[in-house]
Design a protein around this ligand. Structure first.
Ligand code: ZN
Ligand code: ZN
Length: 460
């Protein structure tokens, strides 16, 4: 692949190396363009390979995320997108510090731990306290008020891999609300079994939250092998207390600036509402943000380009690479606030890795059955089934939900997603180029069809 170096005007910025705008050779039809992407998609790979190599981790609100946005802006410009911008917004930024956990007694040994987003600090000396075990969030909720005073709460979960990722909804609350419930019952800290399906000694990070009026406590995630070890200790220890020393020293940086990167393939009739394709540009900090969500940004941007390769689409295709999704959907909310008066025809998001698309659903099967059926028929040749559910979209297309607009979900195979999600293992080598190409081909077909749809595309 021929590469060219793009020297940026600002001397303080690094030089990025990009592939030339490639894609199918001027295919005659949208179908031909989508089929070509199936065997020859370099753009999506180029994006995720480039940003993970030249930028790496892109934690929300930090200088690293800013470098990621600069990189994405330069990539979109280099690939011929119009109206490329980085729209700033303010956010509260949190960064991790030192993180260690060890069992002090009765079976002394170190564990692997990482702080959850918005965790409080233990201070450099750490917290040493008895651990109380809960096998679920429901069990924690049932603990009497004040019963955790001076204790570290350990909250387990039992997550299994599923194609549709539905186990995240089942296991996720241990991370999302466990620490807040523990704090409200007097715990001095909490640790969870990672919300993940792997057996590596990697904690899965991610945000947690504390209810209004509840003072945040230090909150960590143990790697799954360490969580299993702790559970075996409880089985053996009987009435003997298990004591853990936990050191987590994250810091709140206060208000910093993030931004939403946008770019467009301008349609033949810019007065028509655009098709919005979204992803998020930030990532958690332990990996390089390949599957979450560098791949998603590569997929949506490549699909927009491939869809336009067969000819300028009727509607504008707008790419939104939202900033600061991971730490509280800041970018998506800022985008909705800034653009709520600009109608969107239909919104789609890619934020579930890079594996193959297996299911299509919309929220207009009843209100616009003709379009729904045409899309279903168009993606069938890629092995995509049509679901019976109603699409709800993801975190990065808040604006479409706020407008009660049309939404499409292209479900990716999530069987291995939660092995990698929010861990140091979220790196480029986990992306399967063949599955990525199928993903982009389906996206190309759907985005192209929508962008050439003359009639109104109503939500349900
Ligand atoms: Zn994500
Ligand atoms: Zn994520």
């Amino acid at each position: 692949m021929h590469r060219l170096a793009l020297a940026l005007a600002a001397a303080s910025l690094p030089t990025f190396a990009f592939a030339q705008a490639a894609g199918p050779q001027t295919p005659a039809t949208l179908e031909a363009s989508a089929d070509a992407a199936l065997t020859d998609d370099v753009l999506a790979w180029d994006f995720v390979e480039g940003i993970t190599t030249e930028v790496g981790p892109r934690q929300a609100g930090t200088e690293a995320e800013k470098r990621g946005r600069d990189w994405a802006v330069a990539w979109l410009n280099a690939n011929g997108f119009a109206n490329v911008a980085d729209e700033p917004f303010e956010m509260d930024t949190w960064v991790r510090g030192t993180e260690t956990a060890e069992i002090v007694s009765p079976y002394p040994q170190p564990f692997h731990v990482a702080a959850l987003g918005t965790s409080a600090s233990t201070g450099n000396r750490g917290i040493t306290a008895e651990v109380v075990e809960f096998d679920s969030v429901a069990a924690l909720q049932a603990a009497p008020e004040g019963s955790l005073k001076g204790k570290i709460a350990y909250i387990s979960n039992n997550m299994t891999p599923t194609q549709d990722g539905s186990q995240y909804g089942f296991a996720g609350p241990a991370r999302w609300v466990g620490a807040g419930i523990a704090a409200s019952k007097g715990a001095v800290a909490s640790v969870i079994k990672s919300v993940g399906t792997d057996y590596h000694r990697n904690p899965h990070v991610g945000g947690t939250s504390f209810p209004e009026g509840v003072k945040p406590i230090p909150a960590g995630a143990l790697s799954n092998p360490d969580a299993a070890n702790l559970e075996r200790m409880f089985d053996r220890a009987g009435d003997t207390p298990i004591t853990m020393k936990l050191v987590l020293t994250p810091r709140d940086l206060g208000t910093t600036t993030s931004g939403n990167v946008v770019g467009e393939i301008v349609g033949r009739d810019p007065s028509l509402p655009p098709v919005l394709v979204a992803c998020h540009i930030d990532s958690w900090d332990l990996g390089t943000g390949a599957i979450d969500d560098g791949a998603g940004c590569g997929i949506v941007a490549a699909a927009a380009k491939h869809a336009a390769a067969a000819g300028q689409p009727l509607r504008t295709i707008r790419v939104l690479m939202a900033g600061a999704e991971e730490t509280g959907l800041w970018g998506s909310e800022a985008y909705s606030k800034a653009h709520i008066d600009e109608p969107i025809a239909v919104g789609l998001e890619s934020d579930f890795g890079a594996d193959r698309i297996w299911k299509f659903e919309s929220n207009f099967a009843k209100s616009n059955p003709d379009l729904h059926k045409r899309i279903a028929a168009a993606v069938a040749r890629f092995g995509v089934s049509t679901g019976t559910g109603v699409a709800t979209g993801g975190a990065d297309i808040n604006i479409v939900r706020d407008q009660n607009g049309a939404i499409i979900d292209l479900s990716q195979d999530g069987t291995r997603y939660f092995d990698l999600h929010h861990t140091p293992d979220d790196t480029l080598d986990k992306i399967d180029p063949e599955q990525l190409r199928q993903n982009v081909a389906v996206w190309t077909q759907v985005v192209g069809l929508l962008a050439n749809e003359p009639g109104p595309i109503k939500g349900q």
